[in-house]
Design a protein around this ligand. Structure first.
Ligand SMILES: *[C@@H]1O[C@H](CO)[C@@H](O)[C@H](O)[C@H]1NC(C)=O
Ligand SMILES: *[C@@H]1O[C@H](CO)[C@@H](O)[C@H](O)[C@H]1NC(C)=O
Ligand SMILES: *[C@@H]1O[C@H](CO)[C@@H](O)[C@H](O)[C@H]1NC(C)=O
Length: 299
């Protein structure tokens, strides 16, 4: 009698376990944060993405100290890309060393960290949100695709501008050896990238037939009063960063990954990679502000 009760009790327990485990697996399959294969929840609705194609975008965001912008950016972009059925992963490349900000090197690192999983990348400013759904983030077969075109960008209108948001295939990015690592501080690294792409004879194209203009194609959330741009030009930086750099790029970027984190903001999932860039003072003595340099790297 006692034994029978134990057996029945055991069976019931087993059944309960099985049900619990099944439910757990069912939910983890539907959970959008689990992997790239299931990124497709939009406002609670689940979409299956067998028709989303084989390409996967790495959305690479060079980052430092912009948490409140990230809170807006990540959910917005995840939703925007899901609407276009773009398989994607968001990589926040967070510069945690003491050097001046180096957007170009962070993009190089983002590429190296995402190239196994993704076959194209968008280098993407965090303060520029695409408003027009016709801005197409799909795989750029025909060569680099400059979404933040000078005809559409709220601020930069020169013909060779390729900053803001630029899509490249993994192969094209490697063909030009990524970006120069010499640009510590704000600006000009994208002009140097333009020279690389021209030299490699890549066809740079831009959105066509867009029915919005410079005022309403993007939302630019940058507050220049609050965030002063680091436009200092130290040592011979001005002269040395005026020309095409044949010395540095994807194959010379030196860095250390300090840590990686999965982060979820509302329904948007992303990988935050904390990175310490390593400066070669022989090549770029301007990688620190003078105050840091004199205290830490006196020579
Ligand atoms: C983007 O371009 C691809 C390939 O040309 C096309 O299939 C897709 O519909 C376009 N998406 C949008 C949002 O226009
Ligand atoms: C760029 O476009 C031109 C003309 O459309 C074509 O002849 C050329 O092969 C293209 N170059 C590359 C690298 O795709
Ligand atoms: C710095 O760059 C110079 C010139 O390219 C090179 O000779 C040297 O080995 C580099 N130093 C380090 C520590 O990588």
């Amino acid at each position: 009698m006692v034994r029978l009760r134990h057996i029945v009790g055991g069976l019931l327990l087993c059944l309960a376990c099985t049900i619990a485990v099944s439910i757990f697996f069912a939910f983890s399959l539907l959970n959008p944060t689990q992997s790239c294969l299931f990124p497709s929840v939009t406002k609670g609705k689940i979409r299956y993405n067998s028709d989303w194609g084989s390409h996967q975008l790495a959305l690479i965001v060079p980052f430092r100290d912009r948490f409140e912008e990230l809170l807006v950016f990540a959910p917005y972009m995840q939703n925007f890309l899901n609407e276009q059925k773009i398989k994607h992963k968001i990589f926040i490349i967070n510069q945690v060393d003491q050097h001046r900000f180096n957007r170009a090197s962070l993009i190089n690192v983002g590429h190296l960290q995402s190239r196994e999983e993704c076959d194209y990348l968008a280098m993407h400013d965090i303060d520029l949100l695409p408003l027009n759904p016709a801005l197409n983030y799909s795989y750029p077969e025909g060569g680099p695709f400059h979404i933040a075109s000078p005809d559409l960008h709220p601020r930069y209108h020169y013909r060779t501008f390729v900053g803001g948001i630029l899509l490249l295939t993994r192969e094209d990015f490697e063909l030009v050896n990524g970006l120069s690592n010499k640009y510590w501080g704000w600006g000009l690294e994208d002009d140097e990238l333009y020279a690389r792409m021209k030299k490699a004879k890549l066809n740079i194209s831009r959105p066509k037939d867009i029915n919005t203009g410079q005022k309403n194609t993007f939302k630019h959330i940058h507050d220049t009063k609050k965030r002063k741009r680091d436009t200092a030009r130290l040592y011979n930086q001005r002269e040395a960063t005026r020309w095409r750099d044949h010395q540095t790029g994807l194959n010379t970027v030196q860095y250390r990954v300090v840590s990686k984190h999965k982060l979820m903001i509302d329904e948007a999932s992303m990988t935050v990679i904390n990175v310490e860039l390593i400066c070669n003072y022989t090549v770029t003595p301007w990688c620190d502000h003078k105050s840091v340099k004199s205290s830490k790297h006196r020579r």
